[in-house]
Design a protein. Sequence first.
Length: 149
Amino acid sequence: MIEHGKIAEDLFRQGYNCAQSVLLAFSDITGLDDTSAAMLASSFGGGLSRMREVCGAVSGAAMVLGIVKGYSDPTDQQAKKAHYHLVQEFARRFKERNGSIVCRELLAGADASVGGDPALRTEAYYKKRPCPKLVRIAAEITDDLLNSP
């Protein structure tokens, strides 16, 4: 079985943002090529371009869930309802494990400054941020939901 959580963490440590790391980790399931996946998720890092809103790992997971279990017919209310419940369940599990789905709350104690340029990825950066762990957890929960009946 592919360990999407480990892949997501490794991708984050390579320099991808949190949303990219989760979406790219599931390329075997989504069918997206790496360039398309990275570009699609590029705006969602840092809680939507460092605005510290919804965690990018959560956004990346929602993209995976949408590609794999989403709906496309705007008149199919049952499919829409089922999909929203799936994403809400993801958010509930993520929040249960981490306390929040909001970037600035997850970064409490780390640099949660809003806006500006992305931080350089140094050893100190990785030591003070929970992001590598968060992308792993997001991918693990996503795996769990995708493998549930």
